[in-house]
Design a protein around this ligand. Structure first.
Ligand SMILES: C[S@@+](CC[C@H](N)C(=O)[O-])C[C@H]1O[C@@H](n2cnc3c(N)ncnc32)[C@H](O)[C@@H]1O
Length: 236
């Protein structure tokens, strides 16, 4: 049997946001590999083998998926959202195996849609986790993103092991003159725990974010109309 590795994103949470292409790959799979909370979202069926692993095991997970594919299995390695957005790490032995990558709906886009169109103009995404990059890099990117007047999507804003980074990020943005910018806290978007809060950056508190939150900071021209937030394309 010829093995294959499919790298796929399951979207932000709601099964309706798993793309038909990813659903088809899951239907044809013999094995699904991924972080345990993501595997819970994979429809179970007889004969399908699930290989769950822990957080921060990205390289081991990729290695396991490649090994199974090399043995001739049809493997799907799953992430949340889109696999290319702050999700997976590659293992070096990939060259000899048939691999495809399927896009998914990112948390950033799902959160933006709930609020309106806050990413409708130029924007960037910053991962606030300093597990794999120094905090100095994050700080520099925040400052420059503020100076360039990008809307900013912040991933991984705050966790139990990183309780202070988001407070520092808010301070950096206030110091950069962004106090009046609109901030959207999009928590657990498309799941039963979804909660959206929109405030000015000056009103934003660190405890409004956790690991299930995607934070969007508007640019200087971002407008609020009732509950909707949008970034005009002609401005800034
Ligand atoms: C490891 S990253 C995965 C990102 C994913 N690959 C994507 O494309 O959206 C995990 C972070 O994504 C964000 N996230 C993932 N799912 C989310 C959801 N349903 N609602 C809000 N934020 C979410 C949170 O910031 C979380 O800390």
């Amino acid at each position: 049997m010829t093995g294959m590795l499919t790298i796929a994103g399951l979207g932000p949470g709601d099964a309706a946001l798993i793309t038909p292409e990813v659903s088809a790959a899951l239907t044809e799979a013999t094995d699904v590999v991924g972080y345990a909370p993501y595997l819970v979202r994979v429809p179970s069926r007889e004969g399908l083998r699930l290989h769950a692993s822990d957080n921060r095991m990205e390289l081991a997970r990729a290695g396991e998926a490649l090994k199974l594919a090399a043995e001739g299995r049809r493997v799907v390695l799953v992430s949340s959202g889109d696999p290319g957005v702050l999700a997976l790490e590659a293992a070096p032995e990939w060259q000899d195996i048939s691999i495809r990558v399927l896009p998914g709906v990112t948390a950033m886009l799902a959160a933006a849609a709930r609020a309106g169109a806050p990413l409708g103009h130029d924007f960037c995404a910053i991962n606030l986790s300093d597990n794999l990059k120094p905090w100095a890099v994050i700080e520099k990117r925040l400052r420059l993103a503020a100076e360039a007047d990008f809307a900013i999507a912040i991933y991984n804003p705050r966790s139990k092991s990183r309780p202070d980074g988001f407070a520092r990020a808010l301070d950096i943005l206030k110091d950069a003159g962004c106090g009046e910018r609109t901030v959207i806290f999009a928590h657990a978007v498309t799941t039963p725990k979804e909660r959206i809060e929109t405030v000015s950056l000056r009103q934003a508190r660190p405890d409004m974010a956790d690991m299930a939150t995607l934070v969007i900071i508007g640019n200087s021209a971002t407008r609020r109309v009732g509950r909707w937030v949008y970034a005009p394309r002609r401005a800034s």
